[in-house]
Design a protein around this ligand. Sequence first.
Ligand code: SAH
Length: 372
Amino acid sequence: MNAATEPMNLLNLNQAGLEAWLAQLSEPTYRAQQILQWVHHYGVTDFSQMTNLSKALRAKLAQLSVIEVPEIAYHQQSIDGTHKWLLRLNCGNCIETVFIPEDGRGTLCVSSQIGCSLTCDFCATAKQGFNRNLSVAEIIGQVWVAVRELSQEQTTHDRRVTNVVMMGMGEPLLNFESVVTAMDIMLSDLAYGLSKRRVTLSTSGVVPMMYTLAQRSPVALAVSLHAPTNDLRNQLVPLNKKYPLEQLIPACRAYFADEPRRKVTMEYVMLQGVNDHPQQAHQLAKLLQGVPAKVNLIPFNPFPGTTYQCSEPKRIEHFRAILQQHDLTTVTRKTRGDDIDAACGQLAGKIIDRTKRSQRWQQKLREIKDVA
Ligand code: SAH
């Protein structure tokens, strides 16, 4: 089948995209709203069930388009109610999506790429290498699948998706257009109707795209800071060599320039003896002086082969207390789902690495073992 005749996966289109696509079929724009609602609000993938569309249109849609959602390869549920789905994409790769129920809130952690091209030293996904960007359908498909699966579950855990964090596999700002379009669908009242404050994009600090995001989407922003100085950040988040703190901090300052009450979340993974010294807490407070920011301390989640360790709880508490003395709102993130490897930085999926980084990582592991 060539590109001209290949059916359109309607999951790839937000309202504007659907309107444009339907205009080519000489259909009025309100049809886009109806379809968006059927697919995302009601979870219907069979055109024949879309009863407020004319029979002729249903037939046309069935001929020209598909509604293709990711297939669940594997599902696990943690004792704390966290779910993890391994989703198989039609290229044979798998990605992971995690749902975390907590205090009346349900947060879905969504992936944006197969693997990741960045090389953060403490992240399991980074060790897997990079394959490709996810399509809009593959990103919003994770939300579609989770919402459907949770609605069928019978437990006492809250099972509604109220929040989405783009904190799964991949760097969302390096897959900008697809991520922004998928987030549009998350926010649309015809689809998932999530509040702009409850959809958060997390970035390692792709500075130019942070400015573009501020123009294009109203979502919340989290930045993986992890270090108070360039020297240490270069080591932990090598993207810092390209966009150092002198560029990153002004981009954070600018992000909510028009909404003075909103704050950027600074993520800081707690690594024993690396970035958790009280002096580093003071440095961090100084760095964030005057920046509309709050800090999220993340206990490090180990994975096979890593040499990092999580800071001791007492150390994390002390670090937090120092930041709070400096009037920085600081919370420590609870680790969830670690019994099913669903915690931050543990998402590894099952991917074919185009960069061959995983092979290099395996080689490195063998070398470490040889030396030990
Ligand atoms: N690329 C994006 C989003 C994916 S990572 C980003 O860097 O923000 C989501 C969050 O999990 C980031 O803050 C990341 O630094 C953190 N993380 C990665 N590996 C981790 C680990 N092993 N333990 C705890 N947090 C980790």
